[in-house]
Design a protein around this ligand. Structure first.
Ligand code: 1PZ
Length: 177
């Protein structure tokens, strides 16, 4: 308990980073700069360790794509710059292109958003919330094999209460964020 009290709250750090990003975007006339965006996306990966071993592969997938965007942040200023360049070179959908990786990361963020919305809307289990959120946001863009693997992994998710403890949050905090 003492260790947990001294620990930073990962969800709080994520929420603050994205609020800061939104303020920066407003200040830049609606442009979203790539470097701070990628850094904020990197913070999300702490959530994976609270999900258990079965989601290690999702973590590696996610982190690889975020790292590609962090690298791209050295040559591209905004998210739109990446898209413009890839449209010019006709590689928006090409595996490994910055645009495709950006789309994958964005779907990952959409998944988390949907998951916590499910969490707040219902008293249901984490399994239910994660299954519904994944089905709505990511499944339409994943292959059959990946969908099956994710479906099997869902049975190993912690309970709602375990997740909140692992994230060092209380039900109240989670609701606010
Ligand atoms: C508390 C949260 C529970 C939610 C559990 C949700 C688990 C989601 C599992 C997603 C598995 C993704 C598996 C890999 C998919 C790959 O096919 C593609 C390949 O892309 P390509 O290289 O062809 O362009 N990779 C991705 O889609 C990137 C993966 C992003 C995963 C984001 C998950 C974010 C969830 C965070 C929860 C902490």
């Amino acid at each position: 308990v003492a260790a947990r009290q001294g620990m930073e709250k990962p969800l709080t750090a994520v929420a603050e980073a994205f609020e800061e990003l939104a303020r920066g975007m407003e200040a830049d006339g609606g442009e979203l700069r790539l470097a701070p965006f990628s850094d904020s996306c990197a913070l999300v990966s702490v959530l994976f360790s609270s999900l258990g071993m079965a989601f290690r592969f999702a973590e590696i997938e996610y982190v690889t794509k975020v790292n590609d965007l962090i690298g791209a942040g050295k040559s591209y200023r905004t998210l739109s710059d990446i898209l413009d360049k890839d449209i010019q070179n006709d590689c928006v959908k090409k595996q490994g292109s910055h645009s495709r990786n950006l789309r994958r990361v964005r779907l990952g963020l959409g998944l988390i958003k949907a998951l916590f919305e499910q969490f707040l809307d219902t008293e249901g289990t984490l399994y239910d919330a994660a299954t519904i959120a994944y089905g709505q946001v990511c499944a339409p863009f994943h292959s059959w094999a990946i969908r099956k693997a994710v479906g099997a992994g869902m049975y190993t998710l912690p309970t709602r209460e375990q997740l909140i403890v692992r994230l060092n949050e209380t039900e109240g905090d989670e609701e606010i964020h």
